[in-house]
Design a binder for this molecule. Structure first.
Ligand code: GLC
Ligand code: CA
Length: 566
């Protein structure tokens, strides 16, 4: 396998709004990021991925962009951005930008033009359709062009009075989908990308890129449980021309630069991922798949408090590990700005918070692929104790509450689910220290600070030798020292175990054994004979050697054994 820097890197995701506020307005900003670069350097990460910092009315916190070549004033100026970029580069840290081109904001000049008239030059930049005439109780009425539901509740179509037609928005009403069938849309997007790359950024994380090509007959989708709308997935995810578009993007833009690209690919299967992230370099470097994140989903989409099943989790992740090996490249993640905190979801955020956070980190970081750390994960930050719906800021959570209570579901039950799964859990301010508002802002934060900041914060973690922070630092360092961690082949052991996640890696004779106890009880694990001589690379319980073949693991214990090539 060819060695490349992006396979050997560890990426750190910053959600700028919640990272560090430099001017006391309660909103994190670019100068805040610049101030904290030394902290990130100390952690040892190679690449920062910034969630969108472009001009935006913030209907979906920057994922609704009204100007791709301007910085949102709340976040600072283009000069601030340039300074951050050069300060990061000085420290050997690369910067990857979020690229949101499945849709724009409805306040983007293209859409403002597009909705004006049917013959406007920008009309065809978006997806406009005529309503459907249907008979209801004997009278003719006009309904949406098809039954597709939006990811953020309600119909995916919005009626627009001006021209008496509907436009498609897979996300919020203020996020109209771009029409990628139109050559001019692609040309404009590609030249905008080129503009950023010329500025010196180091790549793109491509928002919902698997959705850019829609089946042009726009058929109704299959019925969804607990929803009046149909599933648009089969006609929008991995659509008919998506690979053609990405190959074109690759030829015209990406291949001209030494950059990193990762596509967010909802609905992606391993077969599809082999195309998106093929090692032949014809499309993207890697994709974010969702299969492991969807394992605790249910009848009302993600809204429930079901626990993930370990056996299924292992089966899913192992499939990605083995099937992409030597064909495509994996991205590895537990957390991002769209997911609740992993220690609250798969670990124990109370008694064994630190130990289980380290265990989860070990399990992920010893796999093949490029690992992503989401801000605060390196502190073991937890879900927040949100109260009523007024505590939430996220459009997805607020709309879901409205829709589900509207369908007659019990408000308290829905709230329980939203508290557990809401994206806002990831978006509470980064906890820097135990001072006012966790040191995030001198003012009033835009979303509540998790009250556990007195206990969980970066200052304390940096003072404490065996903190989650230093554990992550070590995992990152090990990845640089041992090629087997980056390139090794993966093999799952004990697939049926309901307590343990155990796997090996192998590369040019070097071998690695990772053992993780996913439960709060101690449990036994039989060490394969060939690892009895192995040395412990890392342990979250200060274990220094393995003497017994039947190792008794402590609750949430993790360890990694290494054997050199013989
Ligand atoms: C992606 C982003 C998410 C956003 C959505 C619409 O899933 O990660 O935060 O809401 O796309 O842009
Ligand atoms: Ca600010």
């Amino acid at each position: 396998m060819t060695k490349t820097w992006w396979k050997e890197s560890v990426v750190y995701q910053i959600y700028p709004r919640s990272f560090m506020d430099s001017n006391g307005d309660g909103i994190g900003d670019i100068n805040g990021i610049t101030q904290k670069l030394d902290y990130l350097k100390k952690l040892g990460v190679d690449v920062l991925w910034l969630s969108p910092v472009y001009q935006s009315p913030n209907d979906d916190n920057g994922y609704d962009i009204s100007d791709y070549q301007a910085i949102m004033p709340e976040f600072g100026t283009m000069e601030d951005f340039d300074r951050m970029l050069s300060e990061a580069h000085k420290r050997g840290i690369r910067i990857v930008m979020d690229l949101v081109v499945n849709h724009t904001s409805d306040e983007h000049p293209w859409f403002v033009e597009s909705r004006k008239s049917k013959d406007n030059p920008y009309r065809d930049f978006y997806i406009w359709r005529q309503g459907k005439e249907v008979q209801e109780k004997g009278t003719a009425v006009t309904r949406e062009p098809n039954n597709w539901g939006s990811f953020f509740s309600g119909s995916a179509w919005q009626y627009d009075k001006e021209t008496d037609m509907y436009y498609l928005h897979l996300f919020s009403r203020k996020q109209p989908d771009l029409n990628w069938e139109n050559d001019k849309v692609r040309e404009n997007v590609f030249s905008m990308m080129d503009w950023w790359l010329k500025k010196g950024i180091d790549g793109f994380r491509m928002d919902v890129i698997s959705l850019i090509s829609k089946v042009q007959s726009f058929p109704d989708g299959p019925a969804k449980m607990n929803s009046s709308y149909g599933d648009a997935g089969p006609y929008t995810a991995n659509g008919p021309r998506v690979h053609e578009y990405l190959k074109e993007m690759n030829q015209k833009v990406l291949s001209k630069y030494d950059i990193m690209t990762v596509g967010e690919a909802s609905g992606v299967t391993v077969e599809e991922a082999k195309k998106y992230a093929s090692l032949d370099g014809s499309e993207l470097n890697m994709v974010f798949q969702f299969e492991h994140m969807d394992l605790d989903g249910g009848e009302t989409f993600k809204w429930n408090d079901k626990k993930m099943d370990l056996v299924e989790l292992k089966e899913t992740l192992s499939k990605w590990q083995t099937e992409l090996d030597e064909k495509a490249w994996n991205s590895l993640y537990w957390d991002n700005h769209d997911q609740p905190r992993i220690v609250s979801r798969l670990g124990d955020d109370r008694v064994y918070r630190e130990r289980s956070a380290k265990m989860l980190a070990t399990c992920l970081h010893m796999m093949q692929g490029t690992p992503y750390i989401y801000q605060g994960e390196e502190l073991g930050m937890t879900n927040a104790p949100f109260g009523g719906i007024e505590d939430f800021r996220d459009i997805e959570s607020i709309n879901a509450f409205r829709e589900l209570t509207g369908r007659g579901m019990d408000g308290e039950t829905i709230l329980k689910y939203i508290r557990y799964k809401s994206r806002d859990n990831a978006r509470t301010p980064f906890q820097w220290d135990d001072s006012h508002m966790a040191g995030f802002t001198t003012g009033t934060p835009w979303i509540m600070v998790n009250p556990n900041y007195k206990e969980i914060n970066a200052k304390k973690a940096l003072e404490q030798e065996d903190s989650v922070f230093y554990y992550y630092q070590k995992l990152i360092r090990l990845r640089k020292e041992y090629p087997v961690i980056v390139y090794g082949h993966y093999k799952l052991l004990l697939p049926e175990s309901r307590q343990l996640y155990v796997y090996t890696r192998e590369y040019e004779g070097e071998r690695l054994l990772t053992i993780c106890n996913f439960t709060g009880e101690s449990t036994e694990c039989r060490i394969p004979a060939e690892f009895m001589e192995g040395k412990i690379l890392i342990s979250n319980t200060h274990r220094s050697q393995v003497t017994e073949e039947n190792l008794v693991l402590e609750p949430y214990e993790a360890l990694v054994l290494y054997c050199p090539a013989v």
